[in-house]
Design a binder for this molecule. Structure first.
Ligand SMILES: Nc1nc2c(ncn2[C@@H]2O[C@H](COP(=O)(O)OP(=O)(O)OP(=O)(O)O)[C@@H](O)[C@H]2O)c(=O)[nH]1
Ligand SMILES: [Mg+2]
Length: 203
């Protein structure tokens, strides 16, 4: 396959694979991402965001926290591979968070929303896109309420966003995994990751 000069991965030796883990708020993405990192040669791609850091979040570990102007400048200079607005804030995948990991032969995990997932698939058709869905919307509501960190209005917003994401998911993602039991979901995701070839270069 041809590589455009825009391609962030310029070598055709064994690169790692780009893997997107998406899903509605509260579905368990972070736990799944952590489990993948523990058991496979993968790393998490740290995104840039204009959202303010929350208590306990660390610059460069959870996100690179930037203002809108800086974010826009990064889009302009081509430092951002994909980006989207979510809840009034901008979020984007940094080329510099992805490329060194792939070049070292490890897989990159992206925890991004649907619009970003679509952009990744458009630019990198070999990327693996996995959507984690709740068994049903009521279960998701219970989980969001149980987290105790989300106001009731936000929960309503997130649930309606979740409905829309779940409707779109079969058209956007390579796999949709239903998270009924977290351990089982993790092993399903690991099976999916293991079943594909890691030896294909990513263009
Ligand atoms: N497109 C895109 N989406 C991102 C990126 N980084 C994070 N997101 C998404 O932005 C949304 C909000 O993330 P956060 O602000 O961290 O909030 P959160 O509490 O983790 O939200 P949920 O994961 O939805 O529960 C999530 O759906 C993330 O998957 C990115 O670089 N690009
Ligand atoms: Mg999250």
């Amino acid at each position: 396959m041809e590589q455009s000069s825009e391609a962030p991965y310029s070598n055709t030796s064994r690169n790692g694979r780009l893997t997107v883990i998406s899903g509605p708020s509260g579905v368990g993405k972070s736990t799944i991402v952590d489990a993948i990192i523990e058991t496979t040669p993968s790393e998490f791609s740290v995104s840039a965001t204009t959202r303010a850091p929350r208590t306990g979040e660390t610059e460069g570990v959870d996100y690179f926290f930037v203002d809108r102007e800086t974010f826009r400048a990064k889009i302009h200079s081509g430092e951002i591979l994909e980006w989207a607005e979510y809840g009034g804030n901008l979020y984007g995948t940094l080329r510099s968070s992805v490329q060194p990991i792939l070049a070292s032969g490890r897989n990159v995990l992206l925890d991004i929303e649907n619009e970003g997932a679509k952009q990744i698939k458009a630019h990198f058709p070999e990327a693996l896109l996995i959507f984690v869905a709740p068994p049903d919307i009521h279960t998701l509501r219970t989980r969001l309420t149980g987290r105790g960190d989300t106001p009731e209005d936000d929960i309503a917003l997130r649930l309606s966003a979740a409905q829309q994401q779940m409707t779109e998911a079969p058209d956007v993602y390579d796999y949709v995994v239903i998270n009924t039991d977290l351990d089982r979901t993790i092993s399903e995701v690991l099976d999916i990751l293991g079943s594909g070839s890691n030896e294909l270069p990513i263009h």
